[in-house]
Design a protein around this ligand. Structure first.
Ligand SMILES: Cc1cc2nc3c(=O)[nH]c(=O)nc-3n(C[C@H](O)[C@H](O)[C@H](O)COP(=O)(O)O)c2cc1C
Length: 162
């Protein structure tokens, strides 16, 4: 069966996700990439994954690093998400960063952060599946997530906070 790429994307877009920024330290300074492929993998050992587009300008940086942080975005960081999804816009603005955790730049205002050591990189077709072992994490106890659904940013209609 041949797959229509656009229709495939449209079908995948029905899976509503949160939005994250992956951050890492490079020789050129902190880099960040907006992603929605984040998923938990294992509780013991604590593993998470995300998929890196091989065609990304940032792919080389993430092929080299041995540590990264996943920052789960609140709705207030939508503009930062847009910015860090722009072609070639890799640098994380200084005012978006917090003092580094274990030498890894992290975003201030994130709902949750997972600082990871790269456990494995698997071939995932035109993406690389990045598996991270969580070294440390933080999370807030309130806040509203930024969501992505059918090609657009969304927010929770539900007004209750957990
Ligand atoms: C909501 C959203 C989710 C995204 N998820 C991913 C992802 O999981 N993996 C990825 O490599 N790129 C993802 N991207 C694309 C990158 O953020 C970026 O746009 C792309 O890599 C092109 O820029 P670059 O070549 O400068 O890296 C996503 C973009 C958006 C807006």
């Amino acid at each position: 069966m041949s797959i229509d790429g656009r229709q495939f994307r449209n079908a995948l877009g029905h899976f509503a996700t949160g939005v994250c920024v992956v951050t890492a330290a490079t020789d050129g300074g902190p880099v960040g990439l907006t992603i929605n492929s984040f998923a938990s993998v294992s509780l013991d050992p604590p593993l998470v994954l995300w998929s890196l587009d091989r065609a990304s300008d940032r792919a080389e940086a993430f092929h080299i690093v041995d540590r990264f942080a996943i920052n789960v975005l609140p709705e207030e960081l939508r503009e930062l998400s847009v910015q860090l999804a722009k072609k070639g816009a890799h640098a994380v603005p200084d005012d978006a960063l917090e003092p580094e955790e274990h030498g890894i730049p992290v975003l201030s205002g994130a709902l949750a952060r997972f600082v990871c050591t790269v456990e494995a990189r698997y071939d995932g077709g035109d993406h690389v599946i990045m598996v991270g072992r969580v070294d440390s994490f933080t999370h807030v106890h309130e806040g509203r997530p930024l969501l992505y659904y059918r090609g657009a940013y969304r927010t929770l209609a539900d007004q209750t906070e957990g």
